[in-house]
Design a protein around this ligand. Structure first.
Ligand code: NAD
Length: 323
């Protein structure tokens, strides 16, 4: 069994490469390096620099490396950018995936594991979100992820296809200092950026109907998330299935609790500024991970403090490298 990881040079992909190596599953990485980093991929892992939308190169790589399954991570992921450049997101995330799936069909690859997102739920009507909670994405990004799931579901009716989509909740932390998340779009890196620049981080809304007034989210360590992919790939290698799984800790954490954890880990006793609520930010939601636990035997092991500590180690090692 050999798996091709599209987007394997990115933040999450690099951790999945490491998890597959630990599990003894051979991998090949295909990445156009638009946001990924070549050094994230170990030297011993075959690397193909190409777009998922290049059928000639992707097809040759699938056949040349004897690939049996594709783990599709390559995508654009910034919600705000997707609002400003919707057609770019539909091109990259939907047309690109369509091309990739056709190339898989043509090459006889019949297993696809897809990086989806909790963004497909939008503003869910319940706090604890199951896979059956209605999907109602609130951004072009979320829509493209839902369209990807639909493509897989539809293709599986018409062609031999084993598939799974993993809906990630809020991914954080790192497995090694050099593999940290380099984008500052998420709360933990945004907080680090503010405190290292001597600014107060912002709290968007402190009057939500939650235990401390700030928004509640489900944070999942990227190493735990990577292990969920190993479990899902092993299931697809063993059985003909098509399933969607939430991947989260199943625990809601408030923004103020994240700030407290950052204070504890960094030793910096910062204060925050309260800003207006951001439009479209749901008050509270977190994953119900019962399905992935019962079907794949996966459960998160690492906690918020592990995420903040490893993310802080990465942040500091980058700051040292830049100086
Ligand atoms: N980071 C999160 O919190 C989060 C949450 C939910 C879902 N996801 C999904 O997880 C996946 C990986 O996210 P990430 O955080 O590692 O992002 P990332 O930007 O670090 O990684 C994406 C990788 O895909 C590559 N890529 C992009 N477009 C490509 C194309 N057309 N052809 C080939 N390679 C291409 C990039 O170079 C990069 O290496 C994405 O699909 C994203 O939507 C991420």
């Amino acid at each position: 069994m050999t798996w091709m990881l599209t987007g394997g040079a990115g933040y999450i992909g690099a951790h999945i490469v490491a998890a597959f190596q630990r599990a003894g599953v051979p991998v090949v990485v295909l990445d156009d390096l638009s946001t990924g980093i070549r050094d994230n991929v170990p030297d011993e892992v075959p690397f193909v620099q190409a777009s998922i939308a290049d059928p000639a190169v992707v097809g040759a790589a699938l056949r040349g490396h004897g690939v049996t399954g594709v783990l599709h991570l390559a995508a654009k992921k910034a919600v705000g950018e997707s609002v400003a450049r919707p057609l770019h997101y539909w091109d990259e995330n939907v047309a690109g995936m369509r091309s990739l799936l056709q190339t898989c069909v043509d090459a006889g690859v019949d297993r696809v594991l897809f990086s989806s997102s909790a963004a497909v739920y939008g503003n869910p009507p319940v706090d604890r979100v199951t896979e059956d909670t209605a999907t109602a994405p609130m951004s072009p990004y979320g829509e493209t992820k839902l369209a990807g799931e639909w493509m897989l579901r539809d293709l599986a009716v018409a062609a031999p296809l084993r598939w799974a989509a993993l809906r990630y909740f809020n991914v954080a932390g790192s497995g090694a200092p050099e593999l940290g998340d380099r984008s500052v779009a998420n709360l933990i890196p945004m907080t680090f950026e503010a405190i290292t620049a001597g600014r107060n981080p912002q709290l968007f809304g402190d009057d939500y109907d939650t235990r401390d007034g700030s928004c509640v989210r489900d944070y999942i360590h990227v190493v735990d998330l990577a292990e969920a992919h190993v479990a899902a790939a092993q299931r697809l290698d063993a059985e003909d299935t098509g399933e969607i799984y939430n991947v989260g800790r199943g625990e809601g954490v408030t923004v103020k609790e994240v700030f407290d954890t950052v204070r504890g880990v960094t030793g910096q006793d910062f204060v925050y500024d309260v800003a207006a609520r951001r439009p479209g930010d749901p008050a509270a939601y977190f994953a119900d991970p019962a399905k992935i636990r019962s079907q794949l035997g996966w459960a998160a092991r690492l906690h918020l403090a592990d995420m903040v500590r490893t993310a802080w180690d990465s942040w500091q090692s980058r700051a040292l490298g830049a100086s």
